[in-house]
Structures are given as structure tokens and as C-alpha cells.
Design a protein around this ligand. Structure first.
Ligand code: 13P
Ligand code: 13P
Ligand code: MG
Ligand code: MG
Length: 362
């Protein structure tokens, strides 16, 4: 057991209410009860919320990352929520639990996972981002802006503690390999990869002295299961202030909604809309994709908060812009680039239609 704090965020879609729009309150209550009872010896604190149809568990403890105890607790929690979902006949009950038996580590079993371990600073502000109807690559552009773009983050220029830049750890989801880039020196190399956000995703970011600054969930769920099981609806943890980007610098990229893959049937590009938790109910064309930002101050591992950071009226214009982009994109219906390219769609009838018509291709 470590004196350091571990912050683990685990998420799963184990049933939607209604369709893929939200999570039934009884399921969230079940998650809280389970964590309270079963986690009383291991957890320092926990917070449960949802974004769209995804349940998010924010856990603090001293077991380190990849802890079997913590992962099995989360697994049990999602199982209990699934039981509740089945009782209520929620849509896609158990969707993200890919196995019947827990094998020691939740990685590769369906739920999304972002974790980091650190020594809590005198003041430890953290933001947990949670998104629905999109994929882990959705964090690439904002993470680049937060940790490498001086037009977003003035601290890179004027804060002596940030002036050396940050180290990006990037994962190739296809080859399952990791590479690190030291920025600003290797910024242009980094961008070659981050721009291809369906394949290369930021896994974590460190300061030059090796302190963890950000960690994302990088599971590519559809590929893991070898069949469609839902877009991976990612989470991201970012530590803030005092040598790390300020809270406002971390939120700033979301003032300019970017296009992400996901939305209806996990097969469309659309804008990611920053919303308060109560507005995280994607219904229009099962979207558009949503992101919420829960801010906490840690106090000896206690989660003081959350502050619902995108509730700020200063994000109203971003929301309006995103909705305009949504109208525009929807106008293209089944055509690319609203619809994803063939190899990225999570639903397709192409093989059947092609099979049926192949004799007619001359
Ligand atoms: P720090 O207190 O983390 O240096 O942040 C300064 C600031 O002014 C943020 O906007
Ligand atoms: P989820 O990945 O959020 O379950 O959404 C799936 C879907 O098909 C939405 O149209
Ligand atoms: Mg769903
Ligand atoms: Mg979802």
C-alpha cells in the first residue's frame, strides 16, 4: 500500500434509459450502494455520475494503478448495475461487460479506464472529463491545445514552471504500441500522429520532471470485442495549476467545439458539445456527442466537489456554435463526411448489399 493517492475513473454503459440517452437513477443508486458497502475498506472516497448512457465511477484509494482490488470492485459495481438494468429492461443491459468472469484486471473486459497515482500537492485541483457518443481520439485536439499550444495556454509562455513543456505518451490503437514525444521540441512529429485521432490517441501526459499531468482511457471497444458493442465513450483526468495548466486553460479548448467520431450508431462525425451534467442527455439523432467536466479539489484523497465546470454561461456560445454545426452536418444525411468512412463505421450493410449485387457489377 502506497502513501500516494490513486485516482481511478472507470466507466461502462450497462444499459440506456431511454434507448442510448441516459442512465436510470436506480442504476446510479445501485452503484453508490455497492461502492459504499464493498469499498469501505479500500476506497478513500468515490463519486458516481453519468454522461448520457455511461456510468462513471470516480474512485480515490491507495492501492496504485491496475489494482486487482479496485478493478474487481468496479466490475462488481457494473455487474450490480446491470442486474438493475435487466430488472428495468433498460436498453442494451450489460452492453459493455464483455465477459462473464472477472480475470484480475478490468482492461480489455469492456469498461473504460483512466488512472493516475501521485503525491497530493498542497492544493490538488483535478478535472475529470467524461464524454458520450464518441471515442478516445476526441481528447487529442484539446490535449494538444492544453499542453502544447501557447495560443490556448498562456502558461506555456509566462509561467516559469511550465516553460519547459510537456511529454506526450501516444498509443497506436492498431499496433498496440506506445511512443513518447517531448514538446515543444517534437511538436510537429507529434501532430503527424495526433491528427489521425481514430488510430493514435494520447494516453498520458507528463511534466519534464516525470510528474503525471493527464491520463485518458484508450480502449478501442469495438475492436476488442471484434464486433459492434458501442463507441468507447472516453474519460480523461487532468491535474491543474501550480506548474500545470490552470483550470481555465484546461477548459478553454472546449469553447471551440471540434468534430469527433461517434454520434448516431457510432458512425458519424459531429461536434462535441460541452454541457453541464444535467444536460448530458444526448437525444437528437442520439447526440450530438457530449462532454462534461467535473472539477474536484482533493483533500487527503477526499473528493471535494464536484464543480460542474461547463455549467458556466461562458460556454453558452460554444453550445450554440456546436448546435449550428450539428444542423449543418445533419444536412448531409448518409453522405461522408457526416457519415464516417466505410472502415470506421460501427454498423454497415456493405457486405450484404455487396454480396447481393456483386453479379450486377460489370
Ligand atoms: P496558479 O495559481 O496555478 O499559478 O495559476 C495562476 C492563475 O492565475 C490561473 O489563471
Ligand atoms: P452508445 O455507444 O453511447 O451506447 O451509443 C450507441 C449508439 O448506437 C447511439 O446511436
Ligand atoms: Mg448505449
Ligand atoms: Mg454511451
Amino acid at each position: 500500500m502506497s502513501s500516494r493517492i490513486t485516482l481511478s475513473v472507470l466507466k461502462a454503459d450497462v444499459g440506456g434509459f431511454v434507448g442510448h440517452g441516459s442512465v436510470h437513477p436506480d442504476m446510479l443508486e445501485k452503484a453508490r450502494q455497492t461502492l459504499k458497502q464493498e469499498g469501505k475498506d479500500t476506497l478513500i472516497d468515490f463519486f458516481v455520475t453519468n454522461v448520457g448512457d455511461d456510468i462513471n465511477l470516480v474512485l480515490t484509494h491507495r492501492e496504485g494503478i491496475n489494482s486487482e482490488k479496485i478493478h474487481s470492485l468496479a466490475w462488481k459495481t457494473f455487474l450490480n448495475c446491470t442486474e438493475e438494468a435487466k430488472r428495468l429492461k433498460m436498453y442494451g443491459a450489460g452492453q459493455d461487460l464483455l465477459s462473464d468472469a472477472f480475470s484480475g484486471n478490468i482492461k480489455g473486459m469492456g469498461p473504460g479506464l483512466a488512472e493516475m497515482e501521485f503525491t497530493e500537492r498542497t492544493s490538488e485541483p483535478v478535472i475529470v472529463f467524461m464524454a458520450d457518443k464518441t471515442e478516445p481520439g476526441a481528447w487529442n485536439l484539446p490535449l494538444y491545445k492544453i499542453f502544447a499550444d501557447p495560443f490556448n495556454t498562456i502558461g506555456l509562455v509566462i509561467d516559469p514552471k511550465m516553460h519547459d513543456g510537456f511529454i506526450f505518451e501516444v498509443m497506436d490503437l492498431i499496433e498496440d504500441k506506445l511512443i513518447t514525444f517531448s514538446c515543444p521540441r517534437e511538436l510537429y512529429d507529434l501532430l503527424v500522429f495526433l491528427g489521425a485521432s481514430n488510430r493514435f490517441v494520447v494516453k498520458s501526459i507528463y511534466t519534464n520532471s516525470g510528474e503525471i499531468a493527464a491520463a485518458s482511457s484508450t480502449q478501442k471497444l469495438n475492436r476488442m470485442a471484434g464486433r459492434y458493442v458501442g463507441k468507447d465513450d472516453p474519460v480523461l483526468i487532468v491535474r491543474c495549476q501550480n506548474g500545470l495548466p490552470a483550470v481555465g486553460e484546461v477548459l478553454e479548448p472546449f469553447a471551440h467545439p471540434h468534430l469527433v467520431a461517434g454520434w448516431m450508431r457510432g458512425s458519424h462525425y459531429g461536434p462535441i458539445v460541452p454541457v453541464s451534467q444535467k444536460d448530458a442527455v444526448p437525444t437528437r439523432f442520439d447526440g450530438p456527442p457530449r462532454v462534461i467536466a467535473m472539477g474536484f479539489q482533493l483533500a487527503d484523497g477526499k473528493l471535494i466537489g464536484p464543480q460542474d465546470l461547463f455549467a458556466d454561461v461562458a460556454f453558452d456560445r460554444a453550445r450554440q456554435t456546436a448546435l449550428k454545426i450539428a444542423d449543418y452536418m445533419r444536412g448531409m444525411g448518409p453522405f461522408e463526411p457526416h457519415r464516417l468512412p466505410l472502415d470506421e463505421m460501427e454498423y454497415t450493410t456493405m457486405p450484404q448489399v455487396m454480396g447481393k449485387l456483386k453479379e450486377r457489377f460489370k
